[in-house]
Design a protein around this ligand. Structure first.
Ligand SMILES: [Mg+2]
Ligand SMILES: [Zn+2]
Length: 243
């Protein structure tokens, strides 16, 4: 009994870090073989395997400007200019409670254009992560492309460099992920990478939808939603139905 209690405590402390999960799983297998709690340990192992599966291969990718915060024609240049779109913090909390990682994928040519430095951008992003944490949720990581559009880099959306990097670093299966964006470049990147895509109507979303409806583009999102807070319950329901 005390051994089980110990394991429970160990489980809670060790599972808090992603990289330790595999190690702990192996340790538990060894312990299962070495003692008489074979059946019990087996069910714990199965449970942990499920957690690993859930937390490692699925994620929701979010574009930043026009999805999380109000877009600005003159770019967001400081934290003072960063305005959360209504309902976003609550939506992020819902995703967090469902155990799904949130990963931001953002074109920030504002750096490549020489308007702000990469250090200025880091300040904005660290404030963003802190603010989100304050409302008991989490953004796992922010990936950004700092390059000028003329640089023709591999990371700037609609290219999929950032998505591939995120998948590699975080152990994600892109086919199981969603990409939520307001610009056609987001939808193109998401589609190319094999994600399910959601076009929101905040930011540049209305113009993007107009281009689709008037035949100016052949790009098609899987879904169109009003905003992030409308998209999230649908995405979470989809995950639930398609484990
Ligand atoms: Mg955007
Ligand atoms: Zn780039």
């Amino acid at each position: 009994m005390s051994s089980l209690l110990f394991r429970g405590l160990l489980l809670r402390s060790v599972l808090s870090t992603e990289s330790n999960k595999k190690y702990f799983l192996c340790a538990l297998c060894v312990s299962a073989v070495n003692n008489s709690f074979l059946l019990n340990s087996y069910s714990i192992v199965k449970f942990i395997a499920q957690i690993m599966e859930e937390s490692l291969d699925r994620a929701i990718f979010l574009d930043r400007d026009g999805v999380i915060n109000e877009d600005r024609v003159d770019y967001v240049k400081s934290w003072e200019e960063f305005r959360f779109i209504k309902g976003v913090r609550r939506a992020l909390k819902q995703i967090h409670q469902a155990g799904i990682p949130v990963v931001v994928i953002s074109n920030q040519s504002v750096v490549g254009r020489g308007i702000i430095t990469e250090a200025d951008l880091s300040v904005i992003h660290s404030r963003l992560l802190k603010e989100v944490q304050k409302s008991s949720s989490r953004i796992t990581k922010v990936f950004f492309c700092p390059h000028h559009p003329d640089a023709h880099c591999r990371c700037r959306k609609p290219r999929i460099g950032m998505l591939k990097k995120a998948a590699r670093e975080l152990g994600l299966d892109l086919k199981k992920c969603f990409f939520v964006g307001d610009n056609l470049k987001d939808i193109q990147a998401g589609n190319r990478a094999g994600c399910r895509t959601v076009l929101v109507q905040t930011g540049q979303g209305k113009e993007s939808l107009k281009k689709i409806l008037t035949g100016k583009t052949r790009t098609r999102p899987d879904w169109v939603c009003d905003d992030l807070s409308a998209a999230v319950p649908n995405i979470l329901a989809f995950f639930k139905e398609n484990p």
